[in-house]
Design a protein around this ligand. Structure first.
Ligand SMILES: Nc1ncnc2c1ncn2[C@@H]1O[C@H](COP(=O)(O)O)[C@@H](OP(=O)(O)O)[C@H]1O
Ligand SMILES: [Mg+2]
Length: 375
């Protein structure tokens, strides 16, 4: 990207997200290959948390190493459970996953530690991410494994890293390890899941990234096995779809109806003339789908009282905006990332679109449907 401002931060963030994706892929593979259902339900929980904590420790350690230990990081996990005596075996797994990942830093163009980290260094790296964000200064915002259910089910999930400066999202990086690189890959993934053991290099998994004001968003394939990440590797620009006819538009929403009111969204969809069935996808991969031009609309209507968190949206929102799209709350106002860990003042829900025409229609339809809804 031409503008030098924040280029070091962006470069480091992209490499770190590649590392985190590689860590997650290993844990997810292990999880999927556990056959006994009984063992699985027990292991599921600990393996997911292993991935969450390990990614948070790795990203925290690498960012501090590359950018200075004074950086502020807002992230989802804390160490309360992990540091209790009952969690010693999980902690051992986390330490091993983190050291395994950090040892590979040179493959990603970064410098890892000279010696393996101790358990207390790993715990420190996790607990350092206790910033609360806010309107001033720079804050890194991390969701180590977004879409936990998708992760457990061998489906879509994302590693999301953003940087906020002065309350504005400046950098957005989204790792989507199960998002096929080829066009229309997400729709095909839904119909015919890629076998995790057969994932081959360059076909499945991408990291998307952007910087505010660049009006560009990029996608790189994940690297596998002993490949090295070169900058900018085979990054290709992505952009939103040009479809503005609702009858041809694809709309995404969360898989879980507890996270978004499917029937309210169906009413809005019907009002604007959307014809296709919703594409239900776990995690921030929905934002990635809009930024890549594979879907035109993402609607999210959480139950009243639920407060959306900044790490579930920051990276994805910037990607959609810089790829040419529009993202607002359901009242048409931009999302406010300056108020701490929550998207305070969010009006009813979130609407991301590939273009203004569709967006205006959706906002109008939400307004019209609101009175009759029971949200
Ligand atoms: N009741 C609720 N309403 C809306 N979102 C919720 C929710 N409970 C949890 N979430 C958030 O929804 C995210 C998953 O999004 P989606 O449903 O689009 O896949 C979760 O991220 P994690 O999986 O990182 O916890 C979590 O932060
Ligand atoms: Mg999340």
């Amino acid at each position: 990207m031409e503008n030098e401002e924040y280029s070091k931060e962006l470069n480091v963030a992209v490499r770190v997200v590649h590392m985190a994706c590689s860590l997650c892929e290993k844990v997810q593979k292990q999880l999927i290959s556990t056959n006994s259902d009984q063992v699985k339900s027990k292991d599921d929980h600990s393996l997911v948390t292993v991935a969450d904590w390990s990614v948070q420790a790795t990203v925290s350690w690498m960012l501090s190493k590359a950018l200075g230990s004074q950086i502020s990081i807002v992230a989802e996990e804390d160490t309360q459970t992990l540091s209790s005596p009952e969690s010693s075996s999980v902690l051992a797994k986390v330490v091993s996953a983190v050291n395994g990942c950090l040892a590979e830093a040179p493959r990603f163009g970064l410098q890892g530690p000279d010696n393996a980290l101790s358990a207390s260094q790993v715990l420190d790296a996790i607990s350092r991410c206790n910033s609360l964000g806010g309107p001033t200064g720079q804050h890194w915002v991390l969701d180590p494994v977004d879409g936990t259910l998708g992760f457990v089910r061998g489906d879509q999930y994302a590693v999301a890293l953003a940087m906020i400066d002065g309350g504005e999202v400046i950098i957005g990086v989204l790792g989507c390890p199960n998002y096929p690189v080829k066009d229309d890959g997400l729709k095909q993934y839904g119909q015919q899941k890629v076998s995790l053991s057969n994932k081959s290099s360059g076909e499945v998994g991408c990291v998307m990234y952007t910087r505010k004001g660049s009006r560009k968003a990029w996608m790189q394939p994940l690297i596998h096995y002993d490949q090295r990440l070169e900058w900018p590797n085979s990054a290709k620009p992505v952009q939103v779809s040009s479809i503005s006819n609702p009858a041809l538009a694809t709309f995404c929403e969360p898989v879980e109806k507890t996270n978004s009111d499917h029937s309210f969204a169906a009413g809005v969809a019907c009002n604007v003339g959307l014809r296709k069935k919703p594409l239900r996808v776990y995690s921030m991969v929905k934002y990635a789908a809009i930024a890549r031009g594979e879907a035109e609309i993402y609607m999210r209507f959480a139950r009243s009282g639920y407060k959306e968190k900044i790490w579930d949206h920051a990276a994805g929102v910037l990607l959609v905006l810089e790829a040419g799209g529009v993202v607002t709350d359901a009242g048409g106002r931009p999302l406010d990332f300056s108020k701490g860990i929550y998207l305070e003042g969010l009006d009813r829900g979130i609407i991301a679109c590939s273009g203004l025409q569709l967006h205006e229609k959706l906002i109008g339809a939400v307004y019209a449907s609101w009175e009759s809804s029971n949200l």
